[in-house]
Design a protein around this ligand. Structure first.
Ligand code: PEP
Ligand code: MG
Length: 573
Protein backbone atom coordinates (compact mmCIF):
# COMPACT_ATOMS: atom_id res chain seq x y z
CA UNK A 1 0.00 0.00 0.00
CA UNK A 2 1.28 3.37 -0.96
CA UNK A 3 2.09 5.67 1.94
CA UNK A 4 2.69 9.42 1.68
CA UNK A 5 5.07 11.20 4.05
CA UNK A 6 5.65 14.92 4.21
CA UNK A 7 8.79 16.73 5.25
CA UNK A 8 10.68 19.93 4.59
CA UNK A 9 11.54 20.47 0.91
CA UNK A 10 15.31 20.87 1.18
CA UNK A 11 16.55 20.49 -2.37
CA UNK A 12 14.56 20.70 -5.62
CA UNK A 13 14.11 17.84 -8.06
CA UNK A 14 12.42 14.44 -8.14
CA UNK A 15 13.62 10.85 -8.00
CA UNK A 16 12.14 7.41 -8.36
CA UNK A 17 14.38 4.66 -7.03
CA UNK A 18 14.83 1.95 -4.43
CA UNK A 19 15.56 2.78 -0.78
CA UNK A 20 19.05 2.42 0.65
CA UNK A 21 18.93 2.50 4.44
CA UNK A 22 21.76 4.41 6.01
CA UNK A 23 20.84 3.55 9.57
CA UNK A 24 22.78 2.03 12.44
CA UNK A 25 21.91 -1.68 12.37
CA UNK A 26 20.94 -3.59 15.50
CA UNK A 27 24.12 -5.37 16.61
CA UNK A 28 22.79 -6.64 19.93
CA UNK A 29 23.38 -10.31 20.86
CA UNK A 30 23.30 -12.43 23.97
CA UNK A 31 26.25 -14.20 25.51
CA UNK A 32 25.93 -17.99 25.26
CA UNK A 33 27.91 -20.93 26.57
CA UNK A 34 29.18 -22.94 23.61
CA UNK A 35 31.03 -26.25 24.00
CA UNK A 36 32.27 -26.34 20.41
CA UNK A 37 34.94 -23.61 20.82
CA UNK A 38 36.71 -24.59 17.59
CA UNK A 39 33.44 -24.10 15.70
CA UNK A 40 33.11 -20.60 17.19
CA UNK A 41 36.72 -19.78 16.34
CA UNK A 42 36.07 -20.90 12.77
CA UNK A 43 33.02 -18.55 12.66
CA UNK A 44 35.20 -15.73 13.98
CA UNK A 45 37.89 -16.38 11.39
CA UNK A 46 35.35 -16.45 8.63
CA UNK A 47 33.93 -13.09 9.82
CA UNK A 48 37.43 -11.62 10.05
CA UNK A 49 38.23 -12.76 6.53
CA UNK A 50 35.07 -11.25 5.04
CA UNK A 51 35.59 -8.01 6.99
CA UNK A 52 39.16 -7.80 5.69
CA UNK A 53 38.01 -8.24 2.07
CA UNK A 54 35.33 -5.62 2.59
CA UNK A 55 37.70 -3.05 4.07
CA UNK A 56 40.21 -3.67 1.28
CA UNK A 57 37.49 -2.90 -1.26
CA UNK A 58 36.42 0.24 0.61
CA UNK A 59 40.04 1.33 0.82
CA UNK A 60 40.54 0.94 -2.89
CA UNK A 61 37.42 2.95 -3.64
CA UNK A 62 38.42 5.68 -1.16
CA UNK A 63 41.90 5.92 -2.65
CA UNK A 64 40.44 6.35 -6.13
CA UNK A 65 37.79 8.90 -5.20
CA UNK A 66 39.28 10.78 -2.24
CA UNK A 67 43.01 10.20 -2.54
CA UNK A 68 45.64 8.07 -0.91
CA UNK A 69 45.83 10.12 2.30
CA UNK A 70 42.11 9.75 3.05
CA UNK A 71 42.35 6.02 2.34
CA UNK A 72 45.00 5.50 4.97
CA UNK A 73 42.48 5.34 7.78
CA UNK A 74 41.47 1.95 6.37
CA UNK A 75 45.04 0.68 6.67
CA UNK A 76 44.70 1.22 10.40
CA UNK A 77 41.50 -0.86 10.31
CA UNK A 78 43.26 -3.64 8.42
CA UNK A 79 46.04 -3.61 10.99
CA UNK A 80 43.50 -4.11 13.78
CA UNK A 81 42.01 -7.08 11.92
CA UNK A 82 45.44 -8.67 11.58
CA UNK A 83 46.72 -7.85 15.06
CA UNK A 84 47.95 -11.21 16.46
CA UNK A 85 47.80 -10.01 20.07
CA UNK A 86 44.17 -9.00 19.90
CA UNK A 87 42.97 -11.90 17.73
CA UNK A 88 44.88 -14.32 20.01
CA UNK A 89 43.18 -12.82 23.08
CA UNK A 90 39.75 -13.21 21.46
CA UNK A 91 40.41 -16.85 20.56
CA UNK A 92 41.66 -17.65 24.07
CA UNK A 93 38.59 -15.97 25.49
CA UNK A 94 36.30 -18.14 23.34
CA UNK A 95 38.21 -21.31 24.30
CA UNK A 96 38.80 -20.63 27.98
CA UNK A 97 35.38 -19.21 28.82
CA UNK A 98 33.39 -21.35 26.37
CA UNK A 99 31.53 -18.30 25.03
CA UNK A 100 30.09 -17.66 21.58
CA UNK A 101 32.24 -15.75 19.08
CA UNK A 102 30.19 -12.53 19.44
CA UNK A 103 30.73 -12.38 23.21
CA UNK A 104 34.36 -13.48 22.89
CA UNK A 105 35.06 -10.69 20.41
CA UNK A 106 33.18 -7.92 22.18
CA UNK A 107 34.60 -8.38 25.65
CA UNK A 108 38.19 -8.38 24.41
CA UNK A 109 37.78 -5.39 22.07
CA UNK A 110 35.88 -3.48 24.80
CA UNK A 111 38.86 -4.05 27.08
CA UNK A 112 41.34 -2.69 24.49
CA UNK A 113 39.09 0.28 23.73
CA UNK A 114 38.76 1.07 27.44
CA UNK A 115 42.51 0.85 27.91
CA UNK A 116 43.31 3.16 24.95
CA UNK A 117 40.54 5.63 25.73
CA UNK A 118 41.91 6.00 29.24
CA UNK A 119 45.10 7.48 27.77
CA UNK A 120 43.34 10.79 27.43
CA UNK A 121 46.18 13.01 26.35
CA UNK A 122 47.46 10.59 23.76
CA UNK A 123 45.62 11.34 20.50
CA UNK A 124 47.26 8.37 18.77
CA UNK A 125 45.74 5.95 21.29
CA UNK A 126 42.38 7.72 21.05
CA UNK A 127 42.44 7.06 17.33
CA UNK A 128 43.35 3.39 17.85
CA UNK A 129 40.37 3.07 20.18
CA UNK A 130 38.11 4.53 17.49
CA UNK A 131 39.58 2.13 14.89
CA UNK A 132 38.95 -0.90 17.11
CA UNK A 133 35.36 0.17 17.72
CA UNK A 134 34.76 0.54 13.99
CA UNK A 135 36.32 -2.80 13.14
CA UNK A 136 34.45 -4.61 15.93
CA UNK A 137 31.19 -3.31 14.54
CA UNK A 138 32.03 -4.68 11.11
CA UNK A 139 33.10 -8.13 12.37
CA UNK A 140 30.05 -8.35 14.63
CA UNK A 141 27.78 -7.50 11.72
CA UNK A 142 29.17 -10.51 9.82
CA UNK A 143 28.83 -12.82 12.82
CA UNK A 144 25.21 -11.72 13.19
CA UNK A 145 24.48 -11.70 9.47
CA UNK A 146 23.41 -8.02 9.59
CA UNK A 147 24.26 -5.56 6.81
CA UNK A 148 26.40 -2.55 7.70
CA UNK A 149 25.56 0.39 5.45
CA UNK A 150 28.38 2.00 3.54
CA UNK A 151 27.41 4.96 1.39
CA UNK A 152 30.73 5.10 -0.43
CA UNK A 153 30.08 1.63 -1.91
CA UNK A 154 26.67 2.41 -3.43
CA UNK A 155 26.82 1.45 -7.09
CA UNK A 156 23.20 1.49 -8.25
CA UNK A 157 20.53 4.18 -8.31
CA UNK A 158 19.02 4.64 -4.86
CA UNK A 159 17.29 7.03 -2.50
CA UNK A 160 19.26 7.23 0.74
CA UNK A 161 17.11 7.03 3.87
CA UNK A 162 18.61 8.12 7.18
CA UNK A 163 17.70 9.42 10.60
CA UNK A 164 20.06 12.30 9.95
CA UNK A 165 22.99 12.95 7.63
CA UNK A 166 26.08 14.79 8.78
CA UNK A 167 27.79 17.12 6.32
CA UNK A 168 30.60 14.55 5.96
CA UNK A 169 28.08 11.74 5.18
CA UNK A 170 26.60 14.03 2.55
CA UNK A 171 30.01 14.79 1.06
CA UNK A 172 30.52 11.05 0.50
CA UNK A 173 27.35 10.63 -1.55
CA UNK A 174 28.04 9.90 -5.18
CA UNK A 175 25.46 11.79 -7.17
CA UNK A 176 25.66 9.34 -10.07
CA UNK A 177 23.92 6.81 -7.86
CA UNK A 178 22.28 8.72 -5.02
CA UNK A 179 19.22 10.15 -6.70
CA UNK A 180 17.78 11.73 -3.54
CA UNK A 181 17.90 11.54 0.23
CA UNK A 182 15.20 11.67 2.88
CA UNK A 183 15.82 12.06 6.61
CA UNK A 184 13.85 12.04 9.86
CA UNK A 185 15.33 15.19 11.27
CA UNK A 186 16.96 18.41 10.04
CA UNK A 187 15.94 21.77 8.67
CA UNK A 188 16.31 23.64 5.36
CA UNK A 189 19.40 25.39 6.63
CA UNK A 190 21.19 22.37 8.09
CA UNK A 191 24.48 21.98 6.26
CA UNK A 192 23.46 18.66 4.69
CA UNK A 193 20.49 20.39 3.11
CA UNK A 194 22.69 23.23 1.89
CA UNK A 195 25.13 20.72 0.39
CA UNK A 196 22.31 18.78 -1.28
CA UNK A 197 21.31 21.95 -3.09
CA UNK A 198 24.81 22.57 -4.40
CA UNK A 199 25.21 18.91 -5.39
CA UNK A 200 21.75 19.10 -7.01
CA UNK A 201 20.56 16.03 -5.14
CA UNK A 202 16.82 16.26 -4.43
CA UNK A 203 16.29 16.08 -0.67
CA UNK A 204 13.57 16.05 1.95
CA UNK A 205 14.46 16.51 5.61
CA UNK A 206 12.47 16.47 8.83
CA UNK A 207 9.92 13.78 7.90
CA UNK A 208 10.14 12.62 11.55
CA UNK A 209 9.55 8.94 10.73
CA UNK A 210 10.84 7.92 7.30
CA UNK A 211 13.13 5.28 8.84
CA UNK A 212 10.09 3.56 10.43
CA UNK A 213 8.13 3.50 7.17
CA UNK A 214 10.77 2.26 4.75
CA UNK A 215 12.60 -1.04 4.40
CA UNK A 216 15.74 -1.66 2.36
CA UNK A 217 14.86 -1.92 -1.34
CA UNK A 218 11.34 -0.42 -1.04
CA UNK A 219 10.35 1.60 -4.08
CA UNK A 220 10.14 5.35 -3.41
CA UNK A 221 8.95 8.39 -5.32
CA UNK A 222 10.53 11.55 -3.98
CA UNK A 223 9.29 15.03 -4.80
CA UNK A 224 11.90 17.40 -3.38
CA UNK A 225 10.07 20.43 -4.76
CA UNK A 226 7.00 19.78 -2.61
CA UNK A 227 8.74 17.91 0.22
CA UNK A 228 6.73 14.71 -0.32
CA UNK A 229 7.85 11.12 -0.52
CA UNK A 230 5.65 8.16 -1.46
CA UNK A 231 6.58 4.68 -0.27
CA UNK A 232 5.44 1.90 -2.69
CA UNK A 233 3.98 4.42 -5.17
CA UNK A 234 1.30 3.32 -7.64
CA UNK A 235 1.98 3.68 -11.38
CA UNK A 236 -0.26 6.70 -11.39
CA UNK A 237 1.64 8.37 -8.53
CA UNK A 238 4.95 7.67 -10.29
CA UNK A 239 3.56 9.41 -13.37
CA UNK A 240 2.55 12.47 -11.29
CA UNK A 241 5.99 12.75 -9.70
CA UNK A 242 7.69 12.29 -13.09
CA UNK A 243 5.52 15.08 -14.53
CA UNK A 244 6.51 17.37 -11.66
CA UNK A 245 10.15 16.58 -12.50
CA UNK A 246 9.61 17.39 -16.17
CA UNK A 247 7.91 20.68 -15.34
CA UNK A 248 10.82 21.59 -13.09
CA UNK A 249 13.33 20.64 -15.81
CA UNK A 250 11.50 22.87 -18.30
CA UNK A 251 11.63 25.80 -15.86
CA UNK A 252 15.34 25.17 -15.33
CA UNK A 253 15.92 25.23 -19.08
CA UNK A 254 14.28 28.69 -19.17
CA UNK A 255 16.45 29.96 -16.32
CA UNK A 256 19.56 28.55 -17.99
CA UNK A 257 19.13 31.04 -20.82
CA UNK A 258 20.03 33.80 -18.34
CA UNK A 259 23.45 32.37 -17.60
CA UNK A 260 25.35 35.19 -19.29
CA UNK A 261 22.74 37.89 -18.74
CA UNK A 262 23.17 40.85 -16.43
CA UNK A 263 21.22 40.94 -13.18
CA UNK A 264 18.99 43.95 -13.66
CA UNK A 265 15.48 44.71 -12.46
CA UNK A 266 12.66 45.78 -14.74
CA UNK A 267 13.62 49.41 -13.96
CA UNK A 268 17.32 48.83 -14.66
CA UNK A 269 18.77 48.53 -11.15
CA UNK A 270 21.68 46.10 -10.74
CA UNK A 271 22.08 43.66 -7.86
CA UNK A 272 25.07 41.36 -7.40
CA UNK A 273 24.24 37.65 -7.52
CA UNK A 274 26.96 35.57 -5.88
CA UNK A 275 27.45 31.92 -5.03
CA UNK A 276 28.22 30.08 -1.79
CA UNK A 277 30.86 27.37 -2.08
CA UNK A 278 32.50 24.81 0.21
CA UNK A 279 35.47 23.75 -1.92
CA UNK A 280 37.31 24.80 -5.10
CA UNK A 281 35.52 21.86 -6.79
CA UNK A 282 32.29 23.87 -6.55
CA UNK A 283 33.65 26.41 -9.07
CA UNK A 284 32.19 24.42 -11.96
CA UNK A 285 28.67 24.96 -10.58
CA UNK A 286 29.48 28.61 -9.96
CA UNK A 287 30.35 29.16 -13.62
CA UNK A 288 27.54 26.99 -14.95
CA UNK A 289 25.08 29.11 -13.04
CA UNK A 290 26.45 32.49 -14.07
CA UNK A 291 27.52 33.78 -10.62
CA UNK A 292 28.97 37.29 -10.54
CA UNK A 293 31.06 36.65 -7.43
CA UNK A 294 31.62 34.27 -4.57
CA UNK A 295 29.81 35.67 -1.56
CA UNK A 296 30.75 32.92 0.86
CA UNK A 297 33.52 30.34 0.74
CA UNK A 298 32.94 28.11 3.77
CA UNK A 299 36.57 27.22 4.45
CA UNK A 300 35.75 24.79 7.25
CA UNK A 301 35.14 22.15 4.57
CA UNK A 302 38.85 22.34 3.76
CA UNK A 303 39.50 21.40 7.37
CA UNK A 304 36.78 18.74 7.39
CA UNK A 305 38.09 17.09 4.22
CA UNK A 306 41.54 16.69 5.67
CA UNK A 307 42.99 14.11 8.08
CA UNK A 308 44.75 16.85 10.08
CA UNK A 309 44.85 20.65 10.14
CA UNK A 310 45.50 21.73 6.55
CA UNK A 311 48.94 23.33 6.20
CA UNK A 312 49.46 26.93 5.18
CA UNK A 313 50.53 25.76 1.72
CA UNK A 314 47.50 23.47 1.30
CA UNK A 315 45.24 26.35 2.19
CA UNK A 316 47.12 28.79 -0.01
CA UNK A 317 46.63 26.45 -2.98
CA UNK A 318 42.89 26.16 -2.34
CA UNK A 319 42.35 29.92 -1.94
CA UNK A 320 44.52 30.66 -4.96
CA UNK A 321 42.53 28.17 -7.06
CA UNK A 322 39.27 29.89 -6.14
CA UNK A 323 40.59 33.43 -6.65
CA UNK A 324 42.14 32.55 -10.01
CA UNK A 325 39.08 30.55 -10.98
CA UNK A 326 36.95 33.65 -10.50
CA UNK A 327 39.17 35.67 -12.79
CA UNK A 328 39.17 38.97 -10.88
CA UNK A 329 35.58 38.75 -9.65
CA UNK A 330 35.13 39.26 -5.89
CA UNK A 331 35.61 36.27 -3.59
CA UNK A 332 34.50 36.48 0.04
CA UNK A 333 36.41 33.89 2.04
CA UNK A 334 35.07 33.20 5.50
CA UNK A 335 37.55 32.07 8.12
CA UNK A 336 36.89 28.64 9.60
CA UNK A 337 33.46 28.04 11.16
CA UNK A 338 33.76 24.70 12.94
CA UNK A 339 31.26 23.79 15.62
CA UNK A 340 27.45 23.59 15.54
CA UNK A 341 26.76 20.72 13.12
CA UNK A 342 30.32 20.75 11.67
CA UNK A 343 32.94 18.67 13.45
CA UNK A 344 36.64 18.07 12.97
CA UNK A 345 37.79 14.54 13.81
CA UNK A 346 41.22 15.82 14.88
CA UNK A 347 40.06 18.76 17.01
CA UNK A 348 38.38 17.34 20.06
CA UNK A 349 35.80 19.80 21.31
CA UNK A 350 34.07 19.36 24.64
CA UNK A 351 30.52 17.89 24.61
CA UNK A 352 28.16 20.83 24.79
CA UNK A 353 24.49 21.14 25.68
CA UNK A 354 23.95 23.72 22.92
CA UNK A 355 26.65 23.44 20.25
CA UNK A 356 25.11 26.24 18.17
CA UNK A 357 25.43 28.56 21.18
CA UNK A 358 28.81 27.23 22.12
CA UNK A 359 32.42 27.15 21.20
CA UNK A 360 32.42 27.62 17.44
CA UNK A 361 33.80 29.65 14.56
CA UNK A 362 35.70 32.82 15.52
CA UNK A 363 35.41 31.87 19.19
CA UNK A 364 37.67 28.89 18.44
CA UNK A 365 39.93 30.86 16.10
CA UNK A 366 40.68 33.50 18.72
CA UNK A 367 41.80 30.78 21.15
CA UNK A 368 43.60 28.48 18.70
CA UNK A 369 46.14 31.13 17.80
CA UNK A 370 48.37 29.01 15.55
CA UNK A 371 45.51 27.54 13.59
CA UNK A 372 43.98 30.97 12.95
CA UNK A 373 47.24 32.68 12.02
CA UNK A 374 48.04 29.84 9.59
CA UNK A 375 44.74 30.48 7.85
CA UNK A 376 45.25 34.26 7.79
CA UNK A 377 48.73 33.91 6.32
CA UNK A 378 47.47 31.55 3.60
CA UNK A 379 44.73 34.03 2.73
CA UNK A 380 47.09 37.01 2.65
CA UNK A 381 49.54 35.16 0.41
CA UNK A 382 46.71 34.14 -1.92
CA UNK A 383 45.34 37.70 -2.07
CA UNK A 384 47.56 38.62 -5.03
CA UNK A 385 45.71 36.12 -7.23
CA UNK A 386 42.37 37.90 -7.34
CA UNK A 387 39.91 40.14 -5.54
CA UNK A 388 39.89 38.84 -1.98
CA UNK A 389 37.48 39.78 0.77
CA UNK A 390 38.05 38.25 4.18
CA UNK A 391 35.09 37.66 6.48
CA UNK A 392 34.92 36.62 10.13
CA UNK A 393 32.01 34.39 11.25
CA UNK A 394 29.97 34.53 14.47
CA UNK A 395 31.11 37.95 15.60
CA UNK A 396 29.13 39.09 18.64
CA UNK A 397 31.16 42.02 19.91
CA UNK A 398 33.40 44.75 18.57
CA UNK A 399 36.42 43.60 20.61
CA UNK A 400 36.19 40.19 18.90
CA UNK A 401 36.32 41.85 15.51
CA UNK A 402 39.13 44.17 16.56
CA UNK A 403 41.19 41.26 17.88
CA UNK A 404 40.72 39.22 14.68
CA UNK A 405 41.52 42.23 12.50
CA UNK A 406 44.62 43.02 14.58
CA UNK A 407 45.86 39.45 14.12
CA UNK A 408 45.32 39.79 10.37
CA UNK A 409 47.27 43.06 10.33
CA UNK A 410 50.11 41.49 12.35
CA UNK A 411 50.42 38.59 9.90
CA UNK A 412 50.34 41.00 6.98
CA UNK A 413 53.15 43.09 8.47
CA UNK A 414 55.23 39.96 9.06
CA UNK A 415 54.72 38.70 5.51
CA UNK A 416 55.60 42.06 4.00
CA UNK A 417 58.73 42.23 6.17
CA UNK A 418 59.68 38.80 4.78
CA UNK A 419 59.29 40.14 1.28
CA UNK A 420 56.08 38.20 0.53
CA UNK A 421 53.64 40.02 -1.74
CA UNK A 422 50.22 40.82 -0.29
CA UNK A 423 47.45 42.70 -2.08
CA UNK A 424 46.75 46.20 -0.74
CA UNK A 425 43.10 45.90 -1.73
CA UNK A 426 41.66 43.34 0.68
CA UNK A 427 38.30 44.19 2.20
CA UNK A 428 37.68 42.87 5.70
CA UNK A 429 34.13 42.30 6.87
CA UNK A 430 31.98 40.32 9.22
CA UNK A 431 29.01 38.05 9.11
CA UNK A 432 25.99 39.48 10.85
CA UNK A 433 24.48 36.35 12.32
CA UNK A 434 24.21 37.15 16.01
CA UNK A 435 21.42 39.55 17.01
CA UNK A 436 23.80 41.40 19.36
CA UNK A 437 25.90 42.40 16.35
CA UNK A 438 22.84 43.26 14.26
CA UNK A 439 21.48 45.74 16.80
CA UNK A 440 24.77 47.65 16.95
CA UNK A 441 25.42 47.37 13.22
CA UNK A 442 25.77 51.17 13.13
CA UNK A 443 28.87 50.87 15.34
CA UNK A 444 30.33 47.91 13.41
CA UNK A 445 29.75 49.76 10.13
CA UNK A 446 32.32 52.35 11.11
CA UNK A 447 35.06 49.69 11.40
CA UNK A 448 34.32 47.01 8.81
CA UNK A 449 34.42 47.15 5.02
CA UNK A 450 31.22 45.15 4.56
CA UNK A 451 28.54 43.04 6.18
CA UNK A 452 27.21 39.71 5.00
CA UNK A 453 24.10 38.63 6.83
CA UNK A 454 24.06 34.99 7.85
CA UNK A 455 20.35 34.49 8.17
CA UNK A 456 20.66 30.76 8.81
CA UNK A 457 22.01 31.62 12.22
CA UNK A 458 20.53 35.09 12.65
CA UNK A 459 17.00 33.70 12.36
CA UNK A 460 17.63 30.80 14.73
CA UNK A 461 19.10 33.11 17.35
CA UNK A 462 16.47 35.83 16.95
CA UNK A 463 13.53 33.41 17.11
CA UNK A 464 15.25 31.08 19.62
CA UNK A 465 14.45 28.19 17.24
CA UNK A 466 17.22 25.68 16.48
CA UNK A 467 17.81 25.62 12.71
CA UNK A 468 18.28 21.82 12.85
CA UNK A 469 15.10 21.02 14.74
CA UNK A 470 12.07 20.19 12.61
CA UNK A 471 9.76 20.48 15.64
CA UNK A 472 10.34 24.20 15.88
CA UNK A 473 10.75 24.78 12.16
CA UNK A 474 7.42 26.68 12.17
CA UNK A 475 9.28 29.39 14.12
CA UNK A 476 12.01 29.60 11.57
CA UNK A 477 10.44 32.67 9.93
CA UNK A 478 12.58 34.68 7.52
CA UNK A 479 9.63 36.92 6.67
CA UNK A 480 8.74 37.81 10.24
CA UNK A 481 8.67 41.61 10.64
CA UNK A 482 11.16 41.21 13.51
CA UNK A 483 13.75 39.76 11.12
CA UNK A 484 12.94 42.32 8.43
CA UNK A 485 13.44 45.17 10.92
CA UNK A 486 16.82 43.80 11.93
CA UNK A 487 17.81 43.48 8.27
CA UNK A 488 16.71 47.02 7.49
CA UNK A 489 18.81 48.37 10.33
CA UNK A 490 21.86 46.37 9.22
CA UNK A 491 21.58 47.43 5.57
CA UNK A 492 20.86 51.10 6.40
CA UNK A 493 23.77 51.17 8.87
CA UNK A 494 26.18 49.87 6.22
CA UNK A 495 24.98 52.40 3.67
CA UNK A 496 25.21 55.28 6.14
CA UNK A 497 28.96 54.59 6.33
CA UNK A 498 29.37 54.03 2.61
CA UNK A 499 29.82 50.25 3.05
CA UNK A 500 28.06 47.44 1.24
CA UNK A 501 25.70 44.87 2.74
CA UNK A 502 25.26 41.37 1.41
CA UNK A 503 23.56 38.23 2.56
CA UNK A 504 24.93 34.69 2.39
CA UNK A 505 22.29 32.88 4.43
CA UNK A 506 19.77 30.74 2.55
CA UNK A 507 17.23 33.58 2.74
CA UNK A 508 19.18 35.37 -0.02
CA UNK A 509 17.95 32.78 -2.55
CA UNK A 510 14.46 32.38 -1.13
CA UNK A 511 12.04 33.48 -3.84
CA UNK A 512 9.58 35.02 -1.39
CA UNK A 513 12.34 36.90 0.44
CA UNK A 514 14.14 38.23 -2.65
CA UNK A 515 11.53 40.94 -3.44
CA UNK A 516 11.68 42.13 0.18
CA UNK A 517 15.48 42.18 0.22
CA UNK A 518 15.55 44.11 -3.06
CA UNK A 519 13.23 46.61 -1.44
CA UNK A 520 15.47 46.89 1.60
CA UNK A 521 18.38 47.76 -0.67
CA UNK A 522 20.56 44.70 -0.07
CA UNK A 523 23.56 45.02 -2.40
CA UNK A 524 24.75 41.44 -2.81
CA UNK A 525 22.77 38.20 -2.71
CA UNK A 526 24.86 35.07 -2.17
CA UNK A 527 23.26 31.63 -2.38
CA UNK A 528 23.62 28.02 -3.50
CA UNK A 529 24.79 28.35 -7.10
CA UNK A 530 21.73 26.39 -8.22
CA UNK A 531 19.42 29.19 -7.01
CA UNK A 532 21.14 32.00 -8.94
CA UNK A 533 19.41 31.75 -12.30
CA UNK A 534 15.90 31.53 -10.93
CA UNK A 535 16.67 34.60 -8.79
CA UNK A 536 18.00 36.49 -11.81
CA UNK A 537 14.84 35.57 -13.65
CA UNK A 538 12.68 36.82 -10.75
CA UNK A 539 14.61 40.09 -10.37
CA UNK A 540 14.29 40.81 -14.10
CA UNK A 541 10.54 41.09 -13.84
CA UNK A 542 10.38 43.18 -10.64
CA UNK A 543 10.53 46.95 -10.23
CA UNK A 544 12.91 48.11 -7.49
CA UNK A 545 10.85 51.18 -6.49
CA UNK A 546 7.79 49.02 -6.07
CA UNK A 547 9.81 46.53 -4.01
CA UNK A 548 10.94 49.40 -1.74
CA UNK A 549 7.28 50.20 -1.13
CA UNK A 550 6.62 46.50 -0.44
CA UNK A 551 9.45 46.29 2.11
CA UNK A 552 8.28 49.45 3.82
CA UNK A 553 4.73 48.14 4.13
CA UNK A 554 5.90 44.72 5.31
CA UNK A 555 7.91 46.29 8.10
CA UNK A 556 5.42 48.91 9.19
CA UNK A 557 2.00 47.47 8.47
CA UNK A 558 2.30 43.69 8.80
CA UNK A 559 2.06 41.95 12.18
CA UNK A 560 2.98 38.42 11.17
CA UNK A 561 5.10 36.45 8.71
CA UNK A 562 1.93 35.17 7.00
CA UNK A 563 0.75 38.70 6.37
CA UNK A 564 4.13 39.52 4.84
CA UNK A 565 3.90 36.49 2.53
CA UNK A 566 0.46 37.58 1.33
CA UNK A 567 1.77 41.10 0.71
CA UNK A 568 4.70 39.75 -1.32
CA UNK A 569 2.28 37.67 -3.40
CA UNK A 570 0.18 40.75 -4.08
CA UNK A 571 3.20 42.81 -5.13
CA UNK A 572 4.81 40.20 -7.35
CA UNK A 573 1.76 38.82 -9.17
C1 PEP B 1 24.50 31.60 8.07
O1 PEP B 1 24.52 31.40 9.28
O2 PEP B 1 23.54 32.14 7.48
C2 PEP B 1 25.63 31.19 7.23
C3 PEP B 1 25.69 31.51 5.95
O3 PEP B 1 26.61 30.42 7.80
P1 PEP B 1 26.45 28.86 8.11
O4 PEP B 1 25.21 28.38 7.40
O5 PEP B 1 27.67 28.19 7.60
O6 PEP B 1 26.32 28.84 9.59
MG1 MG C 1 26.34 30.86 10.28
Amino acid sequence: MAELLKGIAASDGVAIAKAYLLVEPDLSFSEKTVEDSEGEIARLEQALAVATKEIEAIREKAAASLGEEEAQVFDAHLMVLADPEMIGAIESNIRDNKVNAEAGLKSVTDMFVGMFEAMEDNPYMQERAADIKDVTKRVLSHLLGVKLPNPSMIDEEVVVIAHDLTPSDTAQLDRRFVKAFVTNIGGRTSHSAIMARSLEIPAIVGTKSITDSVKEGDMLAVNGIEGEVIVHPTDEQIEIVKNAGEKFAALKAEWDKLKDAETVTADGKHFELAANIGTPKDLEGVHNNGAEAIGLYRTEFLYMDSADFPTEDDQYEAYKAVLEGMDGKPVVVRTMDIGGDKELPYLTLPEEMNPFLGYRALRISLVEDDMFRTQLRALLRASVHGKLRIMFPMVATLPEFRQAKAMLEEEKTKLLADGVAVSDDIQVGIMIEIPAAAVIADKFAKEVDFFSVGTNDLIQYTMAADRMNERVSYLYQPYNPSILRLLKFVIDSAHAEGKWAGMCGEMAGDQTAVPLLMGLGLDEFSMSATSILKTRSLMKRLDSTKMAELADKAINECDTADEVVRLVEEYTK
